[in-house]
Design a protein around this ligand. Structure first.
Ligand code: NDP
Length: 450
């Protein structure tokens, strides 16, 4: 049967989910091809998590160099060269793209550097006109920034373009109050931009615990980041000098050098040919899949952001792995557990969380215990920085089990990765209490909650 098709698996999209699925399927013995119309690596590697984290590292030096003074260092003639950082980051992105390509070729996965469209049952057609058949099709096309509709929206950028700016803007308006808005607000603020965030509600980082969200808002305001809430775009006009005149609802018109929109991401399904074979999609265009990432057609699967389950790279990777093992690995099909997924926002300072927020726990469990540590990290005391960290533990009162952990403070994502193992494993507050602290650290607060 397999021999009737050109490949056992044809993957559309070589991002985190598509690459993992393709190489694992190939390792299981499948004949695999993948089509990628842009760059191998996808959003995470090319224009998301990875280059963003490098910019965050670059931005951290702004405060570190200031803090260094109280630690006895004299730093003369410091200056920041955006082009140098931008190009260093892009050089590493190129390196990683090469590694991803190598991984695929090492596994004998054929890579087509062009767009693929589904043109019939078990059939795709490449942009060059080549028609290919496959026993299974995996859609892993990811998502793209959603730009709201308003006059002048052709003048705004998204996070895609932010990595390639010629210069750091003096004044930047960032629309949205989510992950990308808060991460880039911290980055541009550190590089000297006057940053304004505008959001349609008065909520930043919806879904995170109120206490850490409030703390980030308070710290961001102290850093000089401005927030405009309950507002939407009326128009953006480009002026002769290249600056942008922005009219937001309920506000006077203002001028910015760059307007960046970070108002969520939508699944990449346009022009894929889903309707040709009748793949079912949801309200936002997302491909509807079951727990095994299978669509309504038994030979078409989808993983990652295009399914709009949890829009996070490590989740897409797990979905790709589970698909490849289940379909080609000769194991009992297994599903990815989407519960208790830890996450982080690389804001300044960063946030990390796992499990239920206090509000969710109150709604679902009723009786809970909440422990909180509100402290000024030792480094900040010496440097004279007033920023305080906040750790919060949510415990099910019925059985002492930790159901949520929320942190804002230096290195919170690094600390959370280890703590999330304990929360996922269902450990109790007593288990944490029984663990001796490592002193002096910030993380020791996790075992010292009173
Ligand atoms: P988010 O979903 O985080 O936030 C979207 C923001 O835009 C919210 O503040 C929302 O407002 C607002 N918004 C949504 N729709 C509209 C609209 N139609 N008009 C105006 N405003 C709107 O999206 P991001 O773009 O920041 O990030 C996309 C996804 O990428 C994230 O959800 C996350 O999964 C992933 N990501 C993860 C990162 C990480 O792991 N560190 C980093 C970056 C991205 P409101 O909440 O008020 O409704």
């Amino acid at each position: 049967m397999a021999d009737d098709f050109d490949y056992d698996l044809f993957t559309i999209g070589a991002g985190s989910g598509g690459v993992r699925a393709s190489r694992v399927a190939a390792a299981h013995g499948a004949r695999v091809a993948v089509a990628e119309e842009y760059r191998v690596g996808g959003t995470c590697v090319i224009r998301g998590c990875v280059p963003k984290k490098m910019l965050v590292y670059g931005a951290n030096f702004a405060e570190d160099l200031e803090d260094a003074k109280q630690f006895g260092w004299t730093i003369e003639g410091k200056s920041f060269d955006w082009v140098k950082l931008r190009d260093s980051v892009q050089a590493d992105v190129n390196r990683l793209e090469g590694l991803y390509g190598q991984t695929l070729s090492n596994h004998n996965v054929t890579v087509y550097d062009e767009r693929a469209t589904i043109t019939g049952d078990h059939q795709v057609t490449l942009a060059s006109g080549k028609v290919i058949t496959a026993r299974y099709i995996l859609i892993a096309t990811g998502a793209r920034p959603m730009v709201p509709d308003f006059p002048g929206n052709e003048h705004v950028i998204t996070s895609n373009e932010a990595f390639h700016l010629d210069a750091i803007p003096q004044r930047i308006l960032i629309a949205g109050g989510g992950y990308i808005a808060n991460e880039f607000a911290g980055i541009f603020n550190a590089f000297g931009s006057k940053v304004t965030i505008a959001n349609r509600s008065n909520t930043i980082l919806r879904g995170y615990d109120d206490s850490v969200r409030d703390r980030l808002l308070q710290i961001s305001l102290t850093k000089g980041i401005e927030f405009c809430f309950h507002t939407e775009f009326e128009s953006v006009e480009k002026r002769d000098d290249g600056s942008l005149r922005v009219k937001l609802t309920g506000q006077d018109a203002r001028v910015f050098d760059v307007v960046m929109v970070a108002t969520g991401r939508i699944p990449n399904v346009d022009g894929l040919g889903l309707e040709t074979i009748g793949v079912a999609t949801g309200r936002k265009g997302e491909i509807v899949v079951d727990a095994f990432s299978r669509t309504n057609l038994d030979y078409v699967y989808a993983v990652g952001d295009v399914t709009d389950r949890v829009q996070l790279t490590p989740v897409a990777i797990r979905e790709g792995q589970a698909f490849a093992d289940s379909v080609f690995g000769g194991v009992e099909p297994y599903a990815v557990d989407h519960s208790c997924v830890p996450s982080a926002v690389f804001s300044h300072p960063p946030i990390a969380a796992v499990g239920m927020t206090e509000a969710e726990a109150r709604d679902t469990l009723g009786a809970i215990k909440v422990y909180q540590a509100d402290f000024r990290p030792m480094k900040n005391v010496v440097s004279g920085c007033n920023e305080r960290s906040l750790y919060k533990m949510i415990v099910d009162a019925a059985n002492d089990r930790i159901v949520g952990l929320h942190m804002i403070g230096p290195e919170a994502p690094e600390i959370m990765q280890a703590a999330a193992v304990a929360v996922k494993a269902g450990l109790t507050k007593a288990d944490f209490d029984a663990t001796v602290a490592i002193h002096p650290t910030m993380a020791e607060e996790l075992v010292l909650f009173k």
